[in-house]
Design a binder for this molecule. Structure first.
Ligand code: AR6
Length: 229
């Protein structure tokens, strides 16, 4: 699926040696930066405030970029009208975040390579505490696209997840998500829940909620860093 975005990354004479070391070379001379695609955790079904969530995304991304010198992060949402994407874009521009290492992308996280031309090696899932398929949103989409292989591999690693934590699952090569989209790992993340209809609702306690969301992103990015290092 090496389409436009990958072409941007062609090796040229001006690419510094350091940069070359950070990226894996491809047979056709283009380079690929190991990439994590992630949805905005907790901001749809879990009803977390978008202003607060976008601040936390920006802080967490900046922190990752300053600590880890390889890898690329992509925040994904389904619609061009996404409120969270526009908030994050504006704040990233204001903070001069490196546009080569942090992008926003509109598309389905389960079809980034085949439909979006964007190869993402690792994708994050906004999971539920039981790590179960279904329930709507990005969780249902990822489990559906990955097939039973993801359910089995998840069960081998963990039974449940605490809010603010994540677990990385190597995706078996039999999974359609591996074969069609070149996804090698799914990282399940559990964010804070502000929806009274869902388990462990924080009842508008944003002091706790923000702490949990920060922990969720740092756990996610630490897991991604361990995969690529
Ligand atoms: N591709 C990209 N982004 C998506 C997709 C997709 N296929 N589907 C949704 N989004 P949500 P939460 C965006 O509700 O708020 C589940 O039932 C969506 O627009 O999936 O953390 C779980 O089982 C939003 O920006 O996650 C949990 O119980 C973001 O993904 C609960 O929902 C997160 O929306 C988790 O709720």
């Amino acid at each position: 699926c090496s389409m436009d975005i990958e072409k941007e990354n062609k090796v040229t004479e001006d690419v510094g040696k350091k940069e070359l070391l950070e990226e894996s070379s491809r047979g056709d001379g283009s380079i690929h930066v190991l990439t994590l695609a992630f949805p905005s955790i907790s901001t749809a079904d879990f009803q977390f405030n978008h202003e607060k969530a976008s601040d936390i995304i920006i802080d967490s991304v900046s922190d990752f970029l300053s600590k880890v010198d390889n890898g690329r992060l992509v925040l994904v949402d389904l619609s061009h009208k996404s409120h969270i994407l526009s908030l994050v874009r504006a704040k990233a521009a204001k903070k001069n975040i490196d546009q080569k290492r942090f992008l926003t992308h509109v598309g389905d996280i389960t079809q980034l390579c085949s439909k979006g031309g964007l190869q993402c090696d690792v994708i994050a899932n906004a999971a539920n505490w039981r790590l179960k398929p279904g329930g709507g949103g990005v969780n249902a989409a990822i489990y559906k696209a990955a097939g039973e292989a993801l359910e089995t591999a998840t069960k081998e690693r963990a039974d449940t997840l605490n809010p603010g934590s994540s677990v990385a699952i190597p995706l078996p090569s039999t999974s359609p998500l591996y074969q069609k989209e070149k996804v090698t790992h799914v990282i399940h993340v559990l964010g804070p829940n502000m929806n009274p209809q869902r388990p462990n609702c924080l009842e508008n306690d944003y002091l706790e909620g923000c702490k949990v969301l920060r922990n969720a992103y740092s756990s996610l990015f630490e897991n991604f860093a361990s995969i690529i290092q």
